[in-house]
Design a protein around this ligand. Sequence first.
Ligand code: NAD
Length: 253
Amino acid sequence: MELKDKVIVITGGGRGLGRSMALELAGHGAKLALADLNAEDLDVTVGLCMEKGVEARGYIANVADEASVEKLFDDVVADFGTLHGLVNNAGITRDGLFIKVKDGKVVKKMSMDQWNLVMDVNLTGTFLCGREAAIKMIETGSQGCIVNISSVSRSGNMGQTNYTATKAGVQAMAVTWAKELARYGVRAASIAPGYIGTEMVLSMKPEALEKIAAGIPAKRLGTPEEIAKTVTFILENDYVNGRCIEVDGALRI
Ligand code: NAD
C-alpha cells in the first residue's frame, strides 16, 4: 500500500505511541483519523499532523463502547469517503499481583475492576474497532490493513495478569483476521513493542525504570518513533499478513 492519501484510523491517537504513529504516517502523506478519549491531546496531535500538510481529524471515542465505535467509523467514512488502515493502539494498564500471601493467609490482589477495565479497553476495544474497520474496508473495497498493538508482555509478566492476557489476545486476533479477511484483500498483523519511553512507562518509578533498562540487551528503552516506523512497514508491505513483529531491543520476558 502506498501511504499517500490513504485514510488511517489510529485509536489512542492523542498521545504517546499513537501520536508518534500519526506524525510518522503524516510524513508519508497519509490522511489521519485520530480517536481518543482526551480532546486536548487530540487537538495537539491533529495540529502537528496538519503542520505536515496532510488532512487530519480528531474523534472523541471510547473504544470499549460498541455504539461509540460504530459512530467513529461511520463518521470517518462520512468525512473521508473510505478507510485503508486501522491501528488498534488504545490501551491501558491496571497492574497488580494476582494473589498475595499476607500474615499466613492467601488473599486476592487483582480485583474484578482491574481485570474488567483492562479487558474492556485492550481486548474488547480491539475487537470492536477491528470488526467495524473490516466492514468499512470491505464495503469501500479499499484492500486495507489492521495493525494490533500487542506487547512483549504477551508471553507473561509479573503483576500483569490482566494486561498480558489482553496482549496475547490482540496478537491472536490479528492472526485470525489475517486468515478470515485475506479473501477480501484485507490484511492484519501485530507489533509487540518492548518498553518504550511514553507516559505509560515513564510514569514508573525511576529506580524501576533503571532496572528495566539494565535488563534489556539494548540497554535502553525503545523510542515511539521506532514503533511508528514498524507500523509504516506493515501498512506498506502487502505481503506482511498475520505476523507479529517484535520491536523490543532483544528483550524477552
Ligand atoms: P499512553 O497511555 O501514552 O496512550 C494511550 C492512549 O490511549 C491515551 O491517549 C489514552 O487517552 C487513549 N485511551 C485510553 N483508553 C481509551 C479508550 N477507552 N478509548 C479511546 N482511547 C483510549 O500509552 P502508550 O505507551 O502510547 O501505549 C499505546 C499502546 O501501546 C497501548 O496499547 C500499550 O499497551 C501498547 N504498548 C506500550 C508499550 C510502552 O512501553 N509504552 C509497550 C508495549 C505495548
